[in-house]
Design a protein around this ligand. Structure first.
Ligand code: ATP
Length: 303
């Protein structure tokens, strides 16, 4: 369990994280989303004591990270996959980390196998691809068999097989009752991986809810209606707060009424419907709607 209360981080005049409070619960995967520069990495760094909060606090299982006697056994973190001594082999890197916590060589072998690094374990990390580096970072995070995992962009640089592997791994870790906190830019991936999502924008929390609620909440609530009596139906549907957009012949996009209400009205007036489809937003669309006002760096084309 990760608990942040009134957590803030300022760098000079820049407020990277602005008074956020949230809880990451065990037994589920919590996704951490937000545009570039939103403050995700800064928040994760504060959780593991790499950055000191300017205000507020964050604890892991009730204590600040630094106060845990054997932090690797409590929290496994993948924060910067490139932050590895490049002259060492993968195996020696893991052995060195393990030694700091009295973790044996057997566990090192286990995490090498778990992350599919067997064939490269004796190679120098400097020559690793981005994907192999990510696997090594995940192996390091798992070393202490921790109850809490914090992974910053773990699928970055992985091929489709690697992405699927991370998804299955984090889901199984959560199913074992662990707390899994995962940041990603890939909304479609998050939709398939996370149970709960926290969205950050300009250092503040703009959503903190189950995936389904986020999608439902940001849904356009539009219903596609196809009818040979479109004109008559459009007149019947008209009202305050109801928008009827006529598309191609006989097709309308209706906002402000549920599909059932439209169906009932059509039936009561003897009007035939050929289609009645509620349109729900994808997580990608929900995310874009949520963050459209808080994007820090926007390309000219998307302005
Ligand atoms: N050491 C630092 N000194 C000054 N500003 C910083 C520092 N670290 C982060 N920032 C700023 O704080 C803000 C939040 O950065 P952070 O890296 O936490 O965002 P992020 O959500 O992880 O972004 P990304 O998805 O691009 O990694 C940014 O505006 C960034 O420029």
């Amino acid at each position: 369990m990760i608990t942040a209360e009134g957590l803030s981080k300022r760098y000079g005049a820049k407020t990277a994280v602005n008074d956020i409070s949230f809880t990451v619960r065990p037994g589920q995967v919590t996704g951490f989303l937000g545009p570039n520069g939103a403050g995700k990495s800064t928040t994760m760094r504060m959780i593991v004591g790499l950055d000191r909060p300017s205000a507020g606090s964050v604890t892991v299982n009730g204590k600040p990270y630094a106060e845990h006697k054997a932090p690797l056994r409590e929290v496994g973190a993948l924060l910067d996959a490139k932050a590895v001594h490049t002259g060492r082999t993968a195996q020696n890197h893991l052995l060195a980390m393990a030694a700091t916590h009295g973790i044996g060589a057997k566990r090192v072998q286990e995490v090498i196998e778990l992350t599919g690094l067997q064939s490269v374990a004796r190679k120098r990390v400097g020559g690793f691809s981005l994907g192999m580096g990510q696997r090594l970072g995940i192996a390091a995070a798992l070393l202490g068999d921790p109850a809490t995992l914090i992974l910053d962009e773990p699928v970055n640089g992985l091929d489709p097989e690697g992405v699927l592997w991370v998804r299955q791994l984090v889901r199984s870790l959560a199913a074992e009752g662990r707390t899994v906190f995962l940041s990603s830019h890939l909304m479609s991936e998050m939709a398939q991986t996370a149970d709960h999502i926290i969205v950050l924008g300009r250092g503040q929390i703009i959503a903190d809810a189950p995936v389904g609620d986020i999608v439902a909440g940001a849904s356009l609530a539009t219903v596609t209606v196809r009818s040979p009596h479109a004109s008559q139906l459009a007149e019947l549907l008209a009202g305050p707060d109801i928008a009827v957009l006529r598309a191609e012949h006989g097709v309308m996009q209706v906002t402000g009424l549920a599909a059932a209400q439209i169906g009932d009205l059509a039936a009561a007036n003897g009007l035939v419907l050929h289609e009645l489809t509620p349109q729900t937003a994808s997580l990608e669309e929900a995310y874009m709607a949520l963050t459209q006002d808080v994007v820090e760096y926007r390309t000219e084309a998307s302005r």
